[in-house]
Design a binder for this molecule. Sequence first.
Ligand SMILES: Nc1ncnc2c1ncn2[C@@H]1O[C@H](COP(=O)(O)OP(=O)(O)O)[C@@H](O)[C@H]1O
Ligand SMILES: O=P(O)(O)OC[C@H](O)CO
Length: 517
Amino acid sequence: MTKTTVYIGSVDQGTTSSRFLVFDHTGAVVASHQAELKQHYPQAGWHEHDPHDILQTVKKCMNEVAARLDSLGIQLADLKAIGITNQRETTICWDAETGEPLYNAIVWCDARTKAVVDHLTHEHPSQSRDCIKDICGLPLTTYFSGVKLKWMLDNVPAVQQAARQGRLRVGTVDSWLIYHLTGGHSGQGRFVTDVTNASRTMLMDVRTLAWSEELCRFFGVSISALPEIRSSSEVYGHVASGPFAGIPLSGCLGDQQAAMVGQKCFTQGEAKNTYGTGCFMLFNTGTSPVISKHGLLTTVGYQLGPNATPVYALEGSIAVAGAALQWLRDNLGIIASASEIDRIAGAVPDNGGVYFVPAFSGLFAPYWRDDARGCIVGLTHYANKHHIARATLEATCFQTHAILDAMNQDSGVKLLKLKVDGGMTNSDLCMQLQADLAGIPVERPAMRETTALGAAMAAGLAIGIWKDLDELSNVGTSGLQTFQASLKKEERERRFAQWNRAVQRSLDWIEEEAKDL
Ligand SMILES: Nc1ncnc2c1ncn2[C@@H]1O[C@H](COP(=O)(O)OP(=O)(O)O)[C@@H](O)[C@H]1O
Ligand SMILES: O=P(O)(O)OC[C@H](O)CO
């Protein structure tokens, strides 16, 4: 293939928006389009997306980019492959006969399944949240797909009926998109997922990379309703219609794993931290799964080909990162847009003693407390909106610090630098605070679409645009900016201790009778 005329597309379907980007073989973005995704919060703690919106925003982005390529004089025929990357765990049930969703998508950070989690924990002889961790690598919490699916099977009549009649299809967002982009219920739609997405469901055995009969029984799910598990880099099918009809869909990874590939964390011991709606650190642990003893998740990092050896990661997940800035914007009106955060939070030299624990749907790693709710502590007459804005940025930085400590304890490896990406890394102040509060240099690439790049790399690899990881290691390499830690160790430790006291204040907030909220 003559590389100068080769392009690769990438669908990046995130929590707050869908994007389609086209990369050239060097990993440079040649065209892109982004469409916001409507969020639905039908009750406190509930968070849904309309599956039609997910699909339509993706198609809109693809159409817009096709028109842009045309105006740039780029032939659509030169786009050789498309990769898909997506918000993970978000669960969709649909009807195999009509392709229609049977309920809204339940989003990864939705906390309605607290009661399901409690019930399953108490039913298990061990009475432990870690009762299935040895099989799937994950603790029982509201975060993962298995409990969301169980909730739908228990509460949504249309899902129950489809299950009884053998018409139920269940998938994460990758499966929903691939199914519809390859033709849907007309008969051609491919019903597949990749190992990285499957590793977030609590239904896959993290060692065999197959659906676990034991876990499916545990959650009351029939394996026949689940997609086929494939590698992250192979041809799943071809786009059925629209400007890119006929192009192979040949890469698929959950968005955090895609960022890990896009950041080229191919060596054991390398890690990246992606600051989007939530914030997710993935640490490459090599070809064997490591089960965490310090609140981290065991997940598949990538499997770049059907015969390739899977690479595993330890993950530290933070539920609310950029989402807290959106809350400052939409619910408090402290900022008009996320890009204002540096001006507002930078107007004061420190947090003025204010600590904000944005546990809107409980606390994820390393705490795993779904009884926690958000709190702002340390308020005095002196405190103002600037301190709250600063405390909002610091919250993600402190949680990242806690995750770095847990990774160090689990792996014995102390990271020498933190590779970062995602929307919130546009904040210079946040990156400086991160370096200061965690005491680690923070390395930010000029090209921050690393999630989309990772999926494009997997797609290109599958069809031979790049031949191996060595070739990929130069793809998308852009300038780096490093933020150096400048806070004294004693002061860093004092602030982290204050953060930990604030976390204590957020815990055990959900009352017994309201625990299903
Ligand atoms: N200039 C900015 N400074 C700080 N945060 C930002 C900025 N621009 C966007 N964000 C935050 O980044 C998040 C979106 O990042 P993105 O990587 O697109 O996330 P997702 O994939 O979760 O939709 C938003 O929650 C927003 O608050
Ligand atoms: O949409 P993002 O980028 O915040 O990613 C969401 C994660 O995949 C949830 O696990």
